[in-house]
Ligand binder design. Structure first.
Ligand code: NAI
Ligand code: MG
Length: 812
């Protein structure tokens, strides 16, 4: 027997296991075999193929679940479809009551949820009990509130319909809550596909939803692996896919859903920087690192897996970290005194091992504490890697395990450059005692969440989601609701009549023998306004008129087939030049004050107004409709005023998160944006795309209307006189089939709007997968550009921005 003195000597904790009894008896009650949960009931667990889910801490199987077939998915989607109209008709308060009831029941069964989660996933009970499950309940409470408020806060929006949700295994219940709560609150019904390694809490939740008398079919679970997920993605009657998981699968989903009209939100991987300035409180930093990378064994999409330390403190920090790592306790996840549990599955363990070995092979120094990991189960020790090149495997690849790399920097600018030196952009954490420095750096880091002097804080009131290849869409907060609704008018909008693409006629370069103007009747045809047609066909790139790369022009035919003018016949090279010019201009444009951008938009309006006659004549020369042309110019002037007005009013928010902190939700520009403008109303359509993007600080490469491109090319004159900095707006004319794919596939374009045919929309969505750029396409749906409801406003502003949440704690 050990004496008290011995215990003091080693400071060993005795084991303090949480009881697994209730979880085991729940599993036993179900015969340790589960069917799917469809239409309000569990299906037969023995009706088809099944597989086992194991406890990662022991490797022992806990229960058997079904491998969902396409038929199972179909049945689930049908149940959800059938239930959706009544669920929506229930109204805000009706739905709010159910969400509230779910939240209450989650709290009531919190202990069972936490234990089952830790058993199925391997995470320490302290985490599932104190973090995962309380946050799950919080999400349902918060969204019960959104259900209640929907009619007032989201007027003129309706649910998208049936939502397929595919979630990973790292936070099984929390990811369920993040997806299910907002979907149900806004009147959608759900088919959920939990991860194959951790299906059990979703099945428990299904049972509890029945206890809460949630109407049958509103929430359905189909278990299975990636094949089941793929069947859900492919199902024609699913209106939206919400996915969290690997970037690889996210990319497959993006391209599989291209052109189907399915809405997609993707929350993908990350390689989040953890930036430590030399004035930071190092003891807090060490605890921060523990939470950033050893929380949930590092199997966290936003794990702070790259410590960037300012040179002066790097050595001290490394020393302190090693000392702290020696004291971390790893073991039975149900032990309340354990800091780190097990890795979810052998395949993940192997992945971690092989990536670390690869890093070692590249010259990295790998350090692990002296204590050994448990022999049973799937464990990997906390690991600190130094001497890694910023371009090396360990610094670039998401390891998804308890492995952190440490690199150094000298200046804040260098810190920002290193922080942004990945394909990802999910989260970042910044440590400094200077709030000025933190708030200067935060907007420069490309990440959807920035934690100042803290890390891995989450709350239902704050949106979470990525920039760049970390995906798009937000979960949580007001900003997360938009993923699950659409404007009511959209549901009944007709398809736009498909315009046959004008056949381009090349016009040889001036000066060549065949260079005579192609205008009908020969010679310069005076435009209707009396001004001679400008025959020098140019693109507008970097604030300058430039000849197209091939030096070719295209005739634009107007009324009666008469040539109304010519535009440059741009090619891929021109698109690339335009993107480069936009990239150069974007940061400077975004850094200007909103007031300044507003002034420039008003100035554009003023200068367009001064040329209204000329512009209207030009439009009329293409459309033959003089009255319509005058009205269009007038509408374009108004639209510019609208976004001049909005430029300094599309404010962010301060979210009410329940910590001693402020959570600043800032609307940031997306970056370099492509805009393929609608064919109809060539001036108004062009201005309607350009103005919101520019107002929000993006730089734009615009591809104007196919039928009326002269409206846009004339507009450069307005820009030249309105102080729009070169490169903020670039215009490339040409054959859409030739240039749009280049723009949509370009890796330095951050997002693209496409107003055109269904086929074109498909191509744009598919081409966007390379860098997972954000897309907003119309699928050939007609939009009333003149109408203030459809043609301008918040929908455009949302699509022109991305929300960054910056968490700033206060107090001592
Ligand atoms: P995964 O992306 O394959 O799995 C996530 C979910 O997608 C699971 O429910 C899975 O069954 C489903 N799925 C797989 N293939 C699918 C397909 N073709 N269509 C539809 N659904 C499909 O991730 P996995 O294999 O579990 O982990 C591999 C790596 O992905 C990890 O090492 C980690 O780097 C990353 N990952 C990132 C996560 C995040 O939260 N960002 C979560 C899980 C994994
Ligand atoms: Mg499991």
């Amino acid at each position: 027997m050990s004496k008290v003195a011995d215990i003091f000597e080693t400071m060993e904790y005795g084991p303090a296991p949480e009881s697994a009894e209730r979880a085991n008896s729940w599993l036993d009650d179900h015969g340790r075999a589960f069917g799917h949960y469809l239409g309000g009931a569990f299906t037969d667990p023995d009706a088809g193929e099944s597989f086992e889910t194991a406890n990662p801490a022991t490797g022992v199987a806990m229960a058997r679940v079904r491998q969902g077939s396409p038929e199972d998915v179909d049945e689930a989607v049908r149940a959800a479809r059938a239930a959706q109209p009544r669920w929506w008709a229930l109204g805000p308060h009706g739905r709010a009551r159910y969400l509230y009831a779910l939240a209450r029941r989650i709290q009531k069964h919190a202990r069972l949820f936490a234990v089952l989660e830790s058993m199925d996933n391997g995470k320490p009970i302290r985490e599932s009990r104190d973090l995962d499950i309380p946050l799950v309940a919080r999400h349902f409470y918060h969204h019960a509130g959104w259900a209640q408020l929907m009619a007032g806060e989201l007027p003129d929006y309706e649910p998208v319909g049936v939502v397929g949700q595919i979630i990973p295994w790292n936070f099984p219940m929390l990811m369920l809550a993040w997806k299910v709560a907002p979907a149900l609150a806004t009147g959608n019904t759900v088919v959920l596909k939990p991860a194959e390694f951790t299906p059990l809490t979703a099945l428990l939740f299904a049972e509890i939803s029945r206890e809460a008398e949630l109407p049958a079919g509103v929430f359905n679970v189909v278990t299975g692996d990636g094949r089941t997920g793929a069947a859900l993605v492919a199902h024609p009657s699913v209106d939206k896919i919400a996915f969290t998981g690997s970037t690889e699968v996210g990319r497959i989903i993006r391209s599989e859903t291209a052109g189907t009209g399915k809405r997609v939100s993707l929350e993908l991987g990350g390689k989040s920087p953890f930036v430590v300035f030399d004035d930071a409180d190092l003891d807090s930093v060490v605890e921060g690192v523990v939470d950033a990378i050893w929380f949930n064994q590092g199997q966290v999409c936003c794990a702070g897996s790259r410590i960037l330390a300012q040179e002066g403190i790097a050595v001290a920090l490394e020393r302190k970290l090693r000392a702290r790592m020696e004291t971390l306790r790893m073991g039975d996840p149900l032990d309340k005194a354990v800091d780190m549990g097990a890795i979810v599955a052998p395949v993940q363990l192997e992945r971690i091992r092989s990536l670390v070995e690869k890093g070692r092979g590249e010259g990295a120094e790998v350090w692990q504490p002296t204590w050994g990991v448990p022999r049973e189960g799937w464990f990997y020790p906390p690991t600190l890697c130094t001497n890694c090149a910023p371009s090396g495997t360990l610094a670039q690849v998401e390891i998804f395990g308890p492995v952190v790399v440490m690199m150094t920097f000298r200046t804040p600018a260098e810190a920002v450059a290193l922080a942004n030196d990945t394909r990802y952009g999910l989260a970042a954490s910044i440590w400094t005692e200077s709030v000025n420095l933190a708030l200067d750096v935060a907007p420069k880091v490309k990440a959807g969440t920035v934690w100042v002097n803290c890390t891995n804080f989450f709350d239902a009131a704050s949106g979470f989601g990525g920039y760049r290849e970390s995906g798009f869409g937000r979960e949580g907060g007001r900003e997360g609701l938009w993923e699950y609704v659409r404007p009511t008018w959209e549901g009944t909008a007709p398809q736009a009549p498909e315009l046959s693409a004008p056949v381009p006629e090349d016009v040889p370069p001036p000066g060549s023998a065949a260079g005579a103007p192609a205008g009908a009747g020969g010679g310069d045809t005076p435009a209707a306004g009396g001004r001679s047609v400008d025959r020098t066909a140019k693109l507008y790139i970097g604030g300058k008129q430039t000849r197209s790369d091939g030096d070719y022009s295209m005739a634009v035919r107007g009324v009666g087939g008469r040539v109304a003018g010519e535009v440059g016949w741009g090619n891929r090279k021109d698109v690339r030049n335009a993107v480069e010019a936009a990239r150069k201009a974007q940061a400077g444009w975004a850094a200007r004050t909103a007031h300044n951008r507003a002034q420039i938009l008003y100035y554009l309006a003023e200068n367009l107004d001064a040329r209204r006659k000329e512009m209207a004549a030009r439009l009329a020369s293409m459309s033959g409709d003089g009255k319509g042309a005058a009205a269009e110019v007038e509408a374009a002037v108004r639209r510019l005023f609208t976004y001049g007005a909005w430029a300094d009013k599309w404010d962010g928010r301060v979210h009410s998160t329940p910590f001693r902190n402020v959570t600043l939700a800032m609307n940031e520009p997306i970056g370099v944006m492509g805009a393929v403008c609608p064919d109809e109303l060539p001036l108004l359509g062009f201005v309607s795309c350009l103005a919101p993007l520019v107002a929000m600080g993006n730089a734009v490469v615009a591809i104007p209307s196919r039928v009326g491109p002269l409206a846009a090319t004339d507009f450069y004159q307005v820009m030249d006189t309105s102080d729009v900095p070169g490169g903020v707006v670039n215009i490339v004319t040409g054959v859409h089939d030739e240039i749009v794919p280049t723009l949509a596939a370009h890796d330095d374009v951050d997002g693209i709007w496409y107003f055109g045919s269904a086929v074109g929309s498909t191509d744009v969505e598919r081409a966007s997968t390379g860098n997972m750029k954000r897309t907003w396409v119309s699928y050939g749906r007609s939009r009333n550009w003149v109408d203030a409801h459809q043609g301008e406003g918040e929908e455009f502003l949302r699509e022109a921005t991305q929300v960054k949440n910056i968490w700033v704690p206060y107090g001592e």
